[in-house]
Design a protein around this ligand. Structure first.
Ligand code: C2E
Ligand code: CA
Ligand code: CA
Length: 765
C-alpha cells in the first residue's frame, strides 16, 4: 500500500514538475518573443520616423527653394500663400513659419496667431535648439511644447534657409502634432505600458508614442533627462553591444538592453537605434513585467485550471482506488487474523498480538490454553454442522466470561487460547468458573450436548517472556489437566521437567528409528491346559544416552509426535520376520503358536494400515489365523466411528482382535457386545491384587464370566504367582501371561523357551 502511495505521490509531483517546467519554458519563450517584438517595433518605428522626418525635410527644402526664387521671402503675403499650399500636402504638419536669423517671425502660415508664436531665440524653451539650427545644414528637431496658438503639443522641426552664397537668410519652422504622430502607432503597441521616444543628445525627449494622456504630456515634456541619466543610457548601450559609441552611432546598429526606467520607475526591456542625420536616439521600451502579463493573458489561468482540474480528477480517482484497495486489504488482514467460524482471532494472529502483550514493560497476564474434551465425539456422532454450532457457542461463552480486554484465539479444531489479566488471588476462582460455564450443557437443534474442558495456564512474565514459550507451557499444563478432565492446571517447573524428558525422548526416538536401538521381545502366553498358546510382541528401546526407555513412556510420545507410523511399521515388520524364524526353528512344537502384536490407534488411523499388515504377514508367510492384534480399549473408543468398520474389515480376513488392558476403561457390557472382539485381556492391575483385594477378584471373575457369555477368550496378564493362577483357573480363565511363566524374551530366548517348555510338558505328561 505504501508503495502505491509513493508511486501516486511521485506521479503527481512529476506531473506538477512537468507542468511547471512547461510553464517556465513558455514564460521564457514569451520573454524572448517580447524582446524580439520590441526590437522589431523599434526598427519599424525608427524607419517610420526617419521617413517622416525626411519627408518633412524635403518639404522644407522645397519651401526654401520657392522662398529663395526671386527673393519671395521678402513678399510676406506671397510667402504665406506658398506655405498654405504646401501645408495642404502634409496634414500631419500644423503650420509653417519663417523667422529671420534673430528668431523674429517674418511670415506664418494662415491660422496661426503671430502673437502667440514664440520668438525662437528669446524663449528659453527654444533658444538652445534655435542656435543649433543656425549651425546645422540639416533639419533639427526642437523641443516639444504646447503651442498655445493651436492648443496642441507640437514637435518643432527647423531648417536654415541659405542663399546660394550660403548666407543665412532665416530659419524655416514647421511642427508635427504629437497626438497625430502617436495615433500612427496605436495599433502596433505590444503593451499599453510601452513607451517609444525620440531622444536628442541633449537629453530632451522629442516624441512620445505611448498611451499617455494630455496631462501627462506636460509632465513629460516640461522636464528633461539629466545629463547623468543620458550617460547611464549610453553606458547601457555600450555595455550591451561592446562597441564604441562612435561605431554604434555611425553604423546605426539596433541595440537591445535591460535597464531601470526613470520614466516608468520599472525594469524595462529597451531597444534603441541612433539616427545620425538628425542626431537622435530612437528608443522603445516596455516593462519587463509585460512578459508576465502577456504570459498570464495567454490563457494561463485556463491552462492552470485545466491542469489542476485534470490532476485533481486523477487524484480523486487514485484516492478512490487506493481507498478501495486499502479496504480490501483491511478485509484481507481481518480475514487473515480471524477464524471465520467464531470470529475469534486465529492461530496466525497469535505472534503479532502476543508480541504486544509481551512488550518489555507490559503488564503481567495469564495465558489460558483451553481444550474441549470429547469434542470429537460430537463431530463424529452428529456431524460437523453440530460441532460448528457448539464451537460458536463456546466462543460466545468465552467472550462473555473473560475480562473485556482479553484476546481470545481459536488455535485448533477444539482448542482456544486466551490472554487475560486477572488478579493472582482470583486465578483459581476464575479458572473454575470458566470451566463451569464452558461445561454447561450446549443446546443444538433441540439436542442437549455435554462437553468437558481442560485448561492449562501459564503466566507472564514469571513462567516465560515470550508468547511461544508461554504457549508451550500452557499446553504442557493443559495435558496435565486432561488427565483429570474438566479441570485446570497451572504450569510449574515439574511439568517442565516432564516435558523436557518428553522432548528429549522424542528427539532420540527420531534418531533411533534409523538405527539398531529398537528391537522386539516376546512374552509367552499359556493356556489353562498348560500348553503353549502364543507370544505377545513387545517393543524395546535401548538408547546410549537415555538408557533403557520403557515402551509405555515412548509409545505415547511417538503417537503425539507423529513417529508412531514409522515405529508401528518397524514393529510389524520386525515381529513378522522374527516370528517366521521362530516358527521355522520350532516347526514341531509351534504348530499352533500365535503372535499378538500391540497396535496403537494412531497407527491404525494411517491410511493403508490393513494393507501394510497383510502384506507383512504374506511376505513372511504367517497365517492370519495365527495373528492377534491387541488394541487398547480406552484409546480406540475415541475413534470408534473410524476404527469400528476397520476392525470388522481386519477381523473378516481371519485376524484375531484382542482388547488390551480391559477393566480400566469404560466399555460396558452392551458396548462390548457390538464390538468385533475375540479376546479380552484383563488388566495387570486387577491380577496384581487379586489375592489381596476381594473386589478385584470379583472384578476378574465377572470379566471372565462376561467373556464366556460373549464367547470371547479371556487372558489374564501379569501372572506372577501360582496363587493368582489357581484362583483365575477356578474362575475359568482361558489364557495366562506373566513372569510366573516367563518375562518377555528375545526371539532366541523364546525359541529356547519353547523347546524347553515343550520338553517339560512332555516330562510332566
Ligand atoms: P501391555 O500391552 O499391557 O503389555 C504388557 C506389559 O506388562 C509389558 O510391559 C510386559 O513386560 C509387562 N508384564 C508382563 N508380565 C508381567 C508380570 O508378571 N509382572 C509385571 N509387573 N509386568 C508384566 P512393557 O513391555 O513395558 O509394555 C508396556 C506397555 O507398552 C504395553 O502394555 C503396551 O501398551 C505398550 N507396548 C509395548 N510394546 C508395544 C508395541 O510393540 N506396540 C504398541 N503399540 N504398544 C506397545
Ligand atoms: Ca498388550
Ligand atoms: Ca495390557
Amino acid at each position: 500500500m505504501r508503495n502505491i502511495r509513493t508511486v501516486y505521490v511521485a506521479t503527481l509531483l512529476i506531473l506538477i514538475g512537468l507542468y511547471s517546467l512547461s510553464q517556465v519554458r513558455a514564460y521564457y519563450g514569451m520573454k524572448e518573443g517580447v524582446c524580439n517584438e520590441i526590437q522589431y517595433f523599434n526598427s519599424l518605428f525608427s524607419r517610420t520616423i526617419q521617413s517622416n522626418l525626411h519627408e518633412v525635410e524635403m518639404l522644407l527644402d522645397s519651401l526654401g527653394r520657392e522662398l529663395l526664387r526671386d527673393q519671395m521671402y521678402r513678399d510676406v503675403p506671397k510667402s504665406k500663400k506658398l506655405m498654405g499650399e504646401l501645408l495642404k500636402r502634409a496634414d500631419y504638419l500644423v503650420g509653417f513659419g519663417l523667422t529671420d536669423p534673430e528668431g523674429n517671425y517674418i511670415a506664418l502660415s494662415s491660422g496661426i496667431d503671430k502673437n502667440k508664436a514664440i520668438d525662437l531665440n528669446k524663449n528659453p524653451e527654444t533658444i538652445a535648439t534655435f542656435n543649433e539650427v543656425l549651425k546645422s545644414d540639416s533639419m533639427v528637431l526642437g523641443k516639444v511644447y504646447l503651442f498655445s496658438g493651436l492648443n496642441q503639443w507640437i514637435l518643432p522641426l527647423r531648417k536654415t534657409l541659405r542663399d546660394d552664397s550660403g548666407k543665412i537668410i532665416g530659419v524655416m519652422t514647421t511642427g508635427i502634432s504629437v497626438e497625430k504622430a502617436t495615433n500612427f502607432f496605436d495599433n502596433n503597441l505590444i503593451s499599453p505600458d510601452q513607451v517609444s521616444i525620440i531622444l536628442t543628445e541633449f537629453g530632451q525627449r522629442r516624441l512620445l508614442v505611448s498611451p499617455l494622456s494630455k496631462d501627462q504630456y506636460k509632465a513629460m515634456y516640461s522636464s528633461e533627462i539629466s545629463p547623468e541619466k543620458y550617460q547611464d543610457i549610453t553606458e547601457n548601450i555600450i555595455e550591451a553591444t561592446s562597441k564604441t559609441l562612435e561605431d554604434i552611432k555611425e553604423q546605426e546598429f539596433p541595440i537591445f538592453f535591460e535597464s531601470e526606467s526613470e520614466l516608468l520607475h520599472k525594469e524595462v526591456f529597451n531597444s534603441a537605434q541612433y539616427v545620425s542625420r538628425y542626431k537622435i536616439w530612437i528608443l522603445t521600451f516596455v516593462p519587463v513585467e509585460t512578459t508576465w502579463q502577456l504570459f498570464l493573458q495567454d490563457r494561463f489561468y485556463l491552462k492552470l485550471i485545466t491542469f489542476f482540474g485534470t490532476t485533481l480528477t486523477f487524484a480523486v480517482f487514485s484516492w478512490v482506488i487506493l481507498r478501495k484497495e486499502e479496504q480490501a486489504k483491511k478485509q484481507l488482514k481481518y480475514q487473515a487474523m480471524h477464524d471465520p467460524l467464531t470470529q475469534l482471532y486465529n492461530r496466525s494472529a497469535l505472534p503479532s498480538i502476543g508480541l504486544q502483550w509481551t512488550e518489555p514493560r507490559a503488564d503481567s497476564f495469564q495465558l489460558f490454553y483451553i481444550d474441549l474434551d470429547n469434542f470429537k465425539n460430537i463431530n463424529d456422532s452428529f456431524g460437523h454442522s453440530y460441532g460448528d454450532v457448539v464451537l460458536i457457542q463456546v466462543a460466545d461463552r468465552l467472550k462473555a466470561r473473560l475480562p473485556k480486554k482479553s484476546a481470545v484465539f481459536r488455535v485448533g479444531g477444539d482448542e482456544f487460547v486466551a490472554l487475560l489479566k486477572i488478579e493472582r488471588s482470583r486465578l483459581d476462582e476464575s479458572a473454575n468458573l470458566l470451566i463451569e460455564k464452558l461445561s454447561e450443557p450446549y443446546s443444538v437443534a433441540g439436542m442437549t450436548l455435554h462437553l468437558g474442558v481442560s485448561i492449562g495456564i501459564s503466566r507472564f512474565p514469571e513462567d516465560a517472556p515470550t508468547i511461544d514459550d508461554l504457549l508451550i507451557m500452557a499446553d504442557i499444563a493443559m495435558y496435565n489437566a486432561k488427565k483429570r478432565r474438566n479441570s485446570y492446571s497451572l504450569y510449574n517447573a515439574e511439568l517442565q521437567e516432564i516435558m523436557q524428558r518428553k522432548t528429549s525422548i522424542e528427539n532420540h526416538l527420531r534418531q533411533a528409528l534409523h538405527g539398531a536401538e529398537l528391537f522386539m521381545m516376546y512374552q509367552p502366553q499359556i493356556s489353562r491346559e498348560g500348553k503353549l498358546h502364543g507370544a505377545e510382541a513387545l517393543v524395546r528401546w535401548k538408547n546410549p544416552v537415555l538408557g533403557f526407555v520403557p515402551p509405555d513412556q515412548f509409545i505415547g510420545i511417538a503417537e503425539e509426535s507423529g513417529l508412531m507410523v514409522q515405529l508401528g511399521a518397524f514393529i510389524i515388520e520386525r515381529t513378522c520376520m522374527e516370528f517366521r524364524q521362530i516358527l521355522d526353528q520350532c516347526a514341531e512344537e509351534a504348530v499352533e503358536l500365535t503372535i499378538s502384536i500391540n497396535v496403537s490407534v494412531k497407527q491404525m488411523l494411517e491410511n493403508n494400515f490393513k494393507e501394510q499388515l497383510l502384506s507383512a504377514l504374506e511376505k513372511y508367510n504367517i497365517e492370519r489365523s495365527r495373528t492377534t492384534l491387541e488394541i487398547t480399549e480406552s484409546l480406540f473408543i475415541d475413534e470408534l466411528g473410524y476404527i469400528l468398520p476397520l476392525l470388522n474389515d481386519i477381523r473378516s480376513t481371519g485376524i484375531t482382535i484382542s482388547l488390551d488392558d480391559f477393566g480400566t476403561g469404560y466399555s460396558s457390557l452392551s458396548m462390548l457386545r457390538s464390538l468385533p472382539i475375540d479376546e479380552l485381556k484383563i488388566d495387570r492391575s486387577f491380577i496384581q491384587s487379586i489375592l489381596k483385594q476381594p473386589q478385584d477378584a470379583e472384578m476378574a471373575n465377572s470379566i471372565i464370566n462376561m467373556g464366556q457369555t460373549l464367547k470371547m477368550k479371556v487372558l489374564a496378564e501379569g501372572i506372577e504367582e501360582e496363587g493368582q493362577l489357581a484362583l483365575l483357573n477356578s474362575f475359568g480363565c482361558d489364557l495366562y501371561q506373566g513372569y510366573y511363566y516367563s518375562p518377555p524374551l528375545t526371539a532366541e530366548g523364546l525359541i529356547q523357551f519353547i523347546t524347553t517348555f515343550q520338553q517339560e510338558q512332555k516330562v510332566s505328561v
